[in-house]
Structure formats: structure tokens, C-alpha cells
Design a protein around this ligand. Sequence first.
Ligand SMILES: C[S@@+](CC[C@H](N)C(=O)[O-])C[C@H]1O[C@@H](n2cnc3c(N)ncnc32)[C@H](O)[C@@H]1O
Length: 277
Amino acid sequence: MSDPYSNLASEEKAAQARIADAMDARCLEPAQIAIRKAYLTDLGLPEDAYAVEFGSGTGHVTRDLITTAGAARAHGIEPSPVMVKRAKEHVAADARLSFAIGDAKRTDLEDASVDLVLMHTLLCHVPGPEDVIGEAFRVLKPGGILAVCDGDYDTATAQIADFDPLDQIIRFMINQNVTNLWIMRQITGMLTEFGFELGARRGHGYVAEGDAAYFLTVIDRGADRMVETGILFRETAEALKREARSRLAANRFFGFMSYVSHIALKPMAGLNERRPV
Ligand SMILES: C[S@@+](CC[C@H](N)C(=O)[O-])C[C@H]1O[C@@H](n2cnc3c(N)ncnc32)[C@H](O)[C@@H]1O
């Protein structure tokens, strides 16, 4: 199965809605909010800055561009109409925010028109991430900022002991839902190749807290997918979902993944095209 996030608009509406629910759950978790705050604060944006999120999903992270990064206006670009509709519903009352259906590889933004481009858990899903980075370079003003954050997916786990069967679901979900597990280990080279100046690179440990709302969506979707692909019988999948909930009830649930963020600058005298390798 190919990563459904890489072409979300082609998925059934119900599948897009289930992913939108998972994105909402993840965005609203305090531990996830803290990660975004850690790398979006103190970017030194100019007053009246215009910021764009590529791959804006349900819009919560686009709103951070105003509330956390301090941009005056923010725009989200996202191929899934289900996501865009939901983002518009979330922020309908805020005239500083806008969303449009589009592809981060080919936006309709003008050259050198944006102060900040954000890619939050986008690039791991895109075949050919270089095209998205090149597009960011094109639309950024000289001196503009690119902020990238993604999972370091090989670190994702729910394992609490040797041979823990719940962890197989996490591994399976990463295998089925991520195009490039290693994007944040490769990104520095890509950024340099395009002419970006490298800024802060930081690691952020995410531990599922409270009701582990997002991790439960991963386990539930993974268990269902294992049934669809013939790995598990339905009753086993349901038993594993119950196992996750029993662990939560007994304070024995553990879910973890590292995220990595990287800030980069378009040089003041930046070339407006991809550099030769
Ligand atoms: C994991 S979600 C993250 C959404 C949002 N950034 C967040 O953190 O809540 C990845 C999003 O990237 C979108 N996406 C995938 N390929 C894209 C592309 N070529 N251009 C723009 N967005 C894309 C998907 O449709 C999906 O909504």
C-alpha cells in the first residue's frame, strides 16, 4: 500500500475524514503544541509578516503561524478538499487566516513574496521532497525563513517489553503511512543544495500523555489495516485495540516518537533557482 497522505485527495471521503480526525487529535495534544511552540517561537519575523504552511491539513498548525510565530497573515495550502473544508471551519472567524486547495510542489504564490514557509510533518509523505523545498526557496523573500519539522519515524514505538505485540501495529503503520522515514536525517543536505543557510536544528521527544488520543488513532487505524491486508483476523485486531485501552486504564501505556525541527534562511542575495548539485 502506498502512503495515503501522499495523495490524500484520491482517497475515499470517509478515509480522508478519519485521517482528519487523527490530525485534529494530534494537533490539540499539549505535548504536540509544546513541540510546535519550541521551534516556532523567536523566529525574528518582520512586522506584518506573511507566512504560508505547505501541507496545512486541518489548519491548527497554520494558526500557530499567527499565534506562536507572530505572523500578521497566514495561508495554508493543502490538496485534500476534506482537510481544507475542516480547516476553514476551525478558523472561520479569523480573517488573518486563509486556506486553499493546492500542491506544495507547484503553488500559485509569486516569487519572493513570503516571509515564512512552514512544513510540519509534510515532507515525509511527499515523493520528491526536493521539489517542495525548491518551491519554498522560490516563494520566500531574500532573508525569508523556512521551518521544517517532521517525525524521526524509526523511533516511533509503543513497546513496553520484549516481543510486545502492540508495537507491531506502530511499526506497521509507519511502514504503510510514511513515504520517507529518514527525511529529517537527510534534510540538511537537501537544504544546503538549494542554497539555504542552515539555522537551528533541534530534537523534540514526544511522549503520549493523558488519554493518548493520537496514539490510539494510530493503533486503531493500524489494527484495522492489518485486518484489511489479511494479517490479522478481526477479533485479534479488536483484542489489540482493547489491550491499548486496558494499558491506559492501568497507567501502563507508553507511546513515543522523536520529532526533529530545522530552521533555514534564504540568503539575502538568494538565487531564485535551484543550484546545480
Ligand atoms: C500528516 S499531515 C500534516 C498536516 C498538518 N501540517 C499538521 O501537522 O496537522 C500531512 C498533510 O500533507 C498533505 N500533503 C501531501 N502531499 C502534499 C503536497 N504535494 N502538497 C501539499 N500538501 C501535501 C496531506 O494531504 C496532509 O494533509
